[in-house]
Ligand binder design. Structure first.
Ligand code: UD1
Ligand code: CA
Length: 447
């Protein structure tokens, strides 16, 4: 059956104390909203509707950056989760099938869990995802009658007896779309918060003779993020899981608790990651590479056998071919480095192409920026760039060429040539000895 995905993301997120809409706060380098969209994508939804309100422009931009086909429904006043779902009505016009609702602040639902909910829908009108909470806190409580879900009561409205229930509402609900919109329209706001609670649809549905059930999942999956403290807990859980997955995939980590992955990091088999490595978004490392301690990588690709760091920084557009070596205190940005090339010490390589087996000496800098424009540096294969060479882009160095240490290279260097661009050295015989004597004498006199 076709499924529509509705993600509620209009809330203020008051407890975040932030100018940024809550759902745009990031976990592992991606907004919570993107995690929710990724989770929902497992259903291959026929339509995806994000209900946005607070900071809707920003929310829309983030949603469309992930998937341009996402539809945005505006909830200009945040009157509650049922009211939010009602705003998706126009976007769902003409849709025939099930609707699954996710909250944008509940980022970790697994595809298997959504599949279990779809399966349970075959025998029940409404399926709610619940979890046994170690500390049920402010979650809504699921009140069962036998194997039927009877109603959901919000924490604020719950009696002491109801608060003692540990089976909690995750916020994920699936039902026939038309039925859902009908139920939502019947929700009122006579409750402690004065809000239209989505959770009230269960009581209403049961009164209409519809059936409702609960699919249970692990608490980790349903973690709702409402505060900065919960955001950091969600981040920690993500990392814990990502490290376990990497280990299962054959990655060695000396101190896994100090390695941080992004939502989309891909690491190949038999790669070794030393302590204190951070992966930003968009990193692919092939098999058999070594990422040494204290390195930071984002938006880059490290091919088989690469050795990065310690203390290296790979920025977006760093494309490293097989067996490339990037050493300590080296920054690479938007540069293609061909197989076997080495940039081992204290260098900045930006907007550049480096040919195979070239050796880039310590302290080399591609001067890529003139204050207004960025320019490209092209270095051929088998070159030897002397230490402390300044390559003033746009400039090129041909195959098998060399540059002298300390050169400022402003003109193209032909293949096979040696470029020396520095002041000629002059030695003044005895000068240092005489100067030392004069200075020491002055010091002895105390002046
Ligand atoms: C909600 C549930 C609660 C559940 C918990 C799970 C309701 C009434 N309560 O509580 O049972 O245990 O989630 O995490 O649904 N939103 C809108 N428009 C609104 C209000 C909220 O789009 O008018 C969005 C928010 O952006 C958020 C989501 O809905 O992504 C949930 O809202 P939130 O206020 O965080 O609900 P909780 O109090 O956490
Ligand atoms: Ca919440």
């Amino acid at each position: 059956m076709a499924t529509a995905l509705i993600i509620l993301a209009a809330g203020m997120g008051t407890r975040m104390n932030s100018d940024l809409p809550k759902v745009l706060h990031e976990i592992a380098g991606a907004p919570m909203l993107v995690h929710a969209l990724k989770a929902g994508a497992a259903l291959e939804p026929a339509r995806t509707v994000v209900v946005a309100g607070h900071g809707s422009d920003m929310v829309e931009k983030a949603a469309k950056a992930y998937d341009p086909d996402v539809m945005i429904a505006l909830q200009s006043e945040q009157l509650g989760t049922a009211h939010a779902v009602a705003q998706a009505r126009d976007a769902l016009a003409g849709f025939d099938g099930d609707a699954l609702m996710l909250y944008g602040d509940t980022p970790f639902i697994r595809p298997e869990t959504l599949a279990a909910m779809t399966a349970a829908r075959l025998t029940h009108d409404i399926v709610v995802l619940g979890f046994e909470a170690a500390d049920p806190g402010r979650y809504g409580r699921l009140i069962m009658r036998g194997d039927q879900l009877d109603r959901i009561v919000e924490f604020k409205d719950a009696s002491d007896q109801e608060r003692a229930v540990t089976l909690c509402n995750s916020g994920v609900i699936v039902a026939d779309c038309a039925t859902l919109l009908d139920l939502v329209a019947a929700v009122g706001n006579e409750n402690a918060a004065g809000e239209y609670y989505l959770t009230d649809i269960i009581g209403i549905a049961r009164a209409r003779g519809l059936s409702a059930t609960v699919v249970r999942c692990d608490e980790v999956e349903t973690l709702g993020v409402n505060s900065r403290a919960e955001l950091s807990r969600a981040e920690a859980l993500f990392q814990q899981n990502a490290r376990a997955v990497a280990q299962e995939d054959g990655v060695t980590m000396t101190a896994p608790e100090t390695v941080f992955f992004a939502h989309d990091t891909v690491i190949g088999r038999d790669t070794v990651i030393e302590p204190n490595v951070v992966f930003g978004p968009g990193v692919t490392v092939e098999s058999g590479a070594t990422i040494r301690a204290f390195s930071h990588l984002e938006g880059c690709h490290v091919a088989r056998g690469g050795v990065i760091g310690p203390y290296a920084r790979l920025r977006p557009g760093a494309e490293l071919a097989e067996d490339v070596k990037i050493g300590n205190f080296v920054e690479i940005k938007n540069a293609q480095i061909a197989e076997g090339a080495k940039v081992n010490h204290l260098s900045y390589i930006g907007d550049a192409t480096i040919g195979a087996r070239s050796n880039i000496g310590a302290g080399t800098i591609t001067c890529n920026y003139d204050g207004v424009f960025k320019h490209h540096t092209t270095i051929g294969q088998d070159t030897f760039i002397g230490s402390n060479t300044m390559l003033v882009a746009p400039v090129s160095v041909g195959d098998d060429a060399m540059t002298g240490s300390g050169s400022v290279v402003t003109k193209d260097v032909p293949a096979g040539a040696l470029a020396v661009g520095r002041a000629r050295q002059e030695n003044k015989a005895g000068f240092a000895t005489r100067l030392f004597e004069k200075l020491k004498a002055r010091k002895a006199k105390g002046s």
